[in-house]
Write a protein that binds this ligand. Structure first.
Ligand code: DGT
Ligand code: CA
Ligand code: CA
Ligand code: ZN
Length: 575
């Protein structure tokens, strides 16, 4: 396996950070950082360049001695200099540099004075008000440090893959595994099957005729970076993306119970095990047992039936009430991709989209949609060349003309209008009232206090043309925190006004969360699952939104864009 550019760059970055904390010369630190950047952005694999004796010292930011270090990494997979440096300082210290007002000097001081070795130590010291006592820190700094360290995504969370990214890696692996004739059945279990926003590792189950051959085939997958373990019934590999994959061979008579067990969630498993116990049954990954006799286990349905439950869809298995609902035959009939009749948020070249209105509408028509809302940004979003009143008028005319021209799909005249800091909307009512759908979103002033932010949105909702709250919390998975709002209060008002919530289907956003989807449904609010497409290909993101909606217990009825236009039109009437 050749060493990947990413791996080389990571080692150089690590070394730079380590030297930085040790107080090394600034130029030396920067040299390693720049070299890492060069390697990361190379179009060729640096390992191959070394192998072909290409002169890598000719690359930008890389001199003779840097080239030698890169060669060492390529040839040995590591760098002695880094190993030595790491021994000199605790590893978690490097992460402290991610806190914005902590430079290497301060990190060093925290380590010396309070023996802080990682983010957790830092958090604790800040909470115990110990940091303010160190010379040069003070109360304000301590508060800032606490605030930021609490926001730091733990290393564990950073290592998780977004579901979409996991899918891109998983599908070719599945295709590869299915090529082996000896594999009779194969399923992915775990959080991937439950369609969680992010995936820790992949859990695959198979029924096969020859487990030795199956394992051999599995660990020979070309994208394997490392074989962690290899046995007859279980093996683990790490793919080059860093994703760990566990493969388990299961017997036919245990397959259903193994699927239940490894699909999880753990909380769901614990609950059903307890129910079984109360009935003097035992449930584990091998089956359902009465004494020593196996009474079920071949299929999942069979397992649930033994404890008087109806089959529960994987997306619901989170111990959020699904077990009681199943017992009472009151499970939701979850929305599916096929139920979707249109898309209620999209952008064109008029603002920050990449295609013309015609191109986007035709792409939507190809998806078989009945209707399609064009929602370009309003003027406040200057970066996206948002529309002012005059350009919006032109846009409306264009939509009307195109609607006459294009058959088989209805263009909904729409906008994504900004909710300004004072709670007013970014376009005049005169314009908004001409539109079929008005999506309203927060893009600026995201850092208001919860009270102010909530008030701002509630104020905006008083506007009689406000239909849908776009990407309600503005969070971006693993990148940007949600704005702070009182969601319950927003839901209550939305219910009163007949305003709907968006579930933004972009795999980076998935905003609303599954939890809030469920709460919205319980409040009686409808959800628009919208791709927010900026390109034609983004229209395919609908599936990620549907997955999230299913985790949020949504039925077809609960989703605005499963309804016929004649119904939807009525549902968009404001109270
Ligand atoms: P992940 O990988 O962190 O995204 O989440 P999962 O849910 O895939 O968790 P994972 O890979 O650790 O384990 C797969 C499933 O195996 C999990 O959903 C439930 C089951 N499982 C794992 N550990 C336990 C346990 O200690 N008790 C029970 N009852 N089930 C477990
Ligand atoms: Ca897993
Ligand atoms: Ca696992
Ligand atoms: Zn937006």
């Amino acid at each position: 396996m050749p060493v990947l550019n990413r791996q080389v760059a990571n080692i150089l970055d690590r070394l730079a950070d380590t030297l930085d904390i040790e107080g090394a010369n600034e130029f030396r630190v920067r040299a390693y950082k720049s070299a890492a950047q060069t390697i990361r952005s190379l179009s060729k694999n640096v390992s191959e360049m070394v192998e072909n004796n290409e002169d890598i010292s000719k690359l930008p930011n890389i001199g003779d001695s840097m080239a030698d270090k890169i060669k060492e990494i390529v040839e040995t997979g590591s760098l002695k200099q880094l190993k030595k440096a790491k021994k000199r300082i605790p590893e978690g210290l490097i992460d402290l540099l991610d806190i914005s007002n902590l430079g290497p000097k301060r990190v060093q001081k925290l380590n010396q004075e309070l023996d802080i070795k990682n983010i957790d130590d830092l958090k604790k010291a800040a909470k115990d008000e110990k940091i303010r006592e160190i010379e040069g820190f003070g109360k304000k700094t301590e508060e800032k440090i606490l605030e930021e360290s609490e926001k730091q995504i733990s290393d564990k969370e950073k290592d998780r893959l977004k579901w979409r990214d996991a899918r891109e890696i998983t599908e070719p692996l599945l295709d590869y595994l299915k090529k082996l004739d000896e594999i009779d059945q194969i399923d992915i279990a775990g959080s991937y099957r439950r369609c969680k926003e992010t995936i820790g590792d992949l859990d695959i189950l198979v029924i096969c005729e020859d487990s030795k051959k199956t394992m051999e085939h599995f660990v020979s997958y070309e994208d394997t970076d490392d074989v962690i373990s290899k046995g007859d019934t279980r093996s683990s590999i790490r793919l080059t993306s860093g994703l760990q994959v566990d493969l388990r061979v299961v017997s036919k008579k245990s397959y259903g119970s193994a699927l239940v067990y490894f699909t999880g969630s753990k909380a769901h498993n614990i609950k059903i095990r307890k129910i079984a116990g109360d009935k003097d049954l035992k449930i584990n990954e091998y089956g359902v047992f009465k004494g020593d006799d196996q009474v079920a286990g071949k299929t999942e349905e069979e397992v649930y039936e033994q404890i008087d439950l109806k089959y529960i869809e994987p997306e619901l298995r989170e111990d959020r009430g699904e077990i009681d609902a199943s017992r009472n035959d009151d499970l939701p009939k979850l929305v599916t991709l096929e139920d979707i009749r249109g898309d209620l948020q999209s952008h064109t070249k008029a603002s920050d989209g990449k295609y013309t209105m015609e191109e986007m509408v035709n792409a939507a028509k190809e998806k078989g949609y009945d209707y399609f809302a064009i929602t370009d940004h309003s003027q406040r979003v200057t970066m996206a060349r948002g529309l002012n009143e005059k350009r919006m008028e032109e846009q409306i005319k264009k939509m009307e003309e195109l609607n006459k021209e294009i058959k088989g799909i209805r263009i909904l005249k729409a906008v994504e209008v900004d909710i300004l800091e004072d709670g007013s909307l970014d376009l005049e009512d005169e314009i908004l009232k001409e539109l079929d759908v008005v999506v309203c979103s927060v893009h600026y002033n995201r850092n208001l206090s919860q009270k102010k932010q909530t008030k701002r949105i509630l104020k905006a909702m008083e506007n009689p043309y406000f239909n849908i709250l776009g990407h309600p919390t503005g969070r971006i998975i693993q990148k940007r925190d949600p704005i702070e709002v009182n969601m319950e209060e927003i839901f209550k008002t939305a219910k009163d006004y007949n305003i709907h919530m968006e579930l933004n289907a972009s795999p980076e956003r998935l905003d609303l969360s599954d939890f809030y989807c469920k709460t919205a449904r319980e409040t009686g609010i409808k959800i628009a699952i919208s791709t927010d497409a900026h390109m034609k290909s983004h229209l395919d993101n609908m599936i990620y939104g549907v997955n999230q909606a299913r985790r949020g217990w949504l039925e077809k009825e609960d989703v605005l864009n499963t309804h016929k236009w004649s119904n939807l039109k009525k549902m968009l009437k404001r109270n």
